[in-house]
Design a protein around this ligand. Structure first.
Ligand SMILES: [Zn+2]
Ligand SMILES: [Zn+2]
Ligand SMILES: [Zn+2]
Ligand SMILES: [Zn+2]
Length: 382
């Protein structure tokens, strides 16, 4: 049987005066409500000869004795389970203890009634005989308690759901952390792979250069070894041969020297292998040459001369040249500035190299080279 149905049946066998399980049941012949014999007896003797429920006039002799009620309440108790004290929804030993505290301080009776009007837990004596709750609405305490417990449990499960939702949000954030971390690790792996491949390509270039250089060295070593042995032989001949032998062999030796000289020295001078490796990280300089013509004429003016713009990946650069020097160095030097005419909105650092080529002489040693790294804003000159 469903627990709820059992509870409803138990409700029928509750005394309408003390709100507890009916004891020594009596029935009002007018309204058929059940109450304890002691409860109704006290009411009729001490208050009035009237049913407290339906208010029909009532004598003790009018009450119907319901012996069967006793038997039924016992059966209901068996259905409700072993430890199910009145007024408790749970059934733990703790609630039994709690129940001992649920006593009326005035009457030392169990609190079984809830006065709806006063919103107070009272005993059945407070409800019926104390006079302070006349005409008030009463409800069984267990029913009100059950309602409160139900409401609290409902709210509690709402909080529990909220907690679960928050926990799942925490898990979402943790998963997010993981995905962000692994995305970063993926980029790091890409960089490591790219760098390793760059190193491998550099190793390949180095190997090629070394093969060339080893070949050159071998060729030279062979020649030096050969000359060393020739010189040794000549020394030996000169120190050990008799004068006549020496004279006899000198023509042969001179022929051998001539043969050595036949191979030109220039054939041993090979082009040097350049110690350069293309950088895959740092781009090479973008170049622009600006030729100043009629220089002497330009020197007459203090105004600057501008080069054509050099556009590099969205940045525009130009040279600003004072042919006769700028400011305090006027008349002494040539002043050259690099100007960023358009580019990024924030200042950034750029490396640049300015080389002044002396065109008239064509002598590269007369060139002046300067390399710098400066922070440029748009319109700024260095
Ligand atoms: Zn009645
Ligand atoms: Zn009673
Ligand atoms: Zn009381
Ligand atoms: Zn009241």
């Amino acid at each position: 049987m469903e627990e709820l149905q059992v509870e409803r049946m138990a409700e029928v066998f509750r005394c309408f005066i003390c709100m507890s399980k009916v004891r020594d049941a009596r029935l009002c012949p007018h309204c058929s409500k059940l109450c304890c014999y002691l409860c109704i007896r006290r009411w009729i003797l001490e208050q009035r000869k009237q049913c407290p429920h339906c208010r029909a006039s009532l004598q003790l002799s009018d009450l119907v004795n319901c012996r069967w009620a006793e038997e039924l309440t016992q059966q209901i108790d068996t259905l409700r389970g072993p430890v199910r004290p009145q007024g408790a929804v749970g059934g733990s030993p703790q609630t039994q203890q709690e129940e001992k505290k649920d006593m009326c301080e005035t009457h030392h009776e169990k609190l079984t009634v809830f006065c709806w009007t006063c919103q107070l837990c009272i005993c059945h004596q407070c409800a019926l005989w104390a006079g302070t709750h006349g005409g008030h609405t009463f409800k069984p305490l267990t029913e009100v308690y059950a309602q409160h417990v139900a409401q609290i449990s409902e709210e509690e499960s709402a909080i529990r759901r909220r907690l679960m939702e928050l926990i799942s949000l925490v898990q979402d954030v943790e998963r997010n952390v993981e995905s962000v971390r692994s995305a970063k690790d993926e980029r790091v792996r890409e960089i490591r792979n790219a760098v390793e491949m760059m190193i491998a390509r550099l190793d390949g270039q180095l190997k090629n250069k070394l093969i060339t250089l080893m070949g050159q060295k071998n060729q030279l070593t062979q020649e030096t070894e050969m000359l060393e042995s020739v010189l040794k032989e000549v020394q030996h001949q000169m120190s050990s041969s008799t004068k006549s032998d020496m004279i006899a062999r000198s023509s042969e030796m001179l022929q051998m020297f001539t043969a050595i000289h036949k191979k030109p020295m220039a054939s041993f001078v090979t082009a040097s292998v350049p110690p350069d490796f293309t950088s895959e990280l740092v781009p090479t300089y973008d170049l622009e040459t600006f030729t100043l013509t009629r220089f002497s004429q330009l020197q007459q003016s203090a105004d600057p001369v501008y080069s054509k713009p050099l556009n590099v990946t969205g940045l525009s650069w130009r040279l600003k040249i004072y042919p006769d020097g700028n400011g305090v160095v006027r008349g002494q030097y040539l002043s050259v500035f690099l100007e960023l005419t358009s580019g990024l909105n924030e200042a950034s650092k750029y490396e640049y190299r300015i080389e002044m080529v002396h065109l008239a002489s064509g002598d590269p040693t007369k060139n002046i080279v300067r390399e710098f790294a400066s922070e440029f804003d748009i319109g700024e000159c260095w």
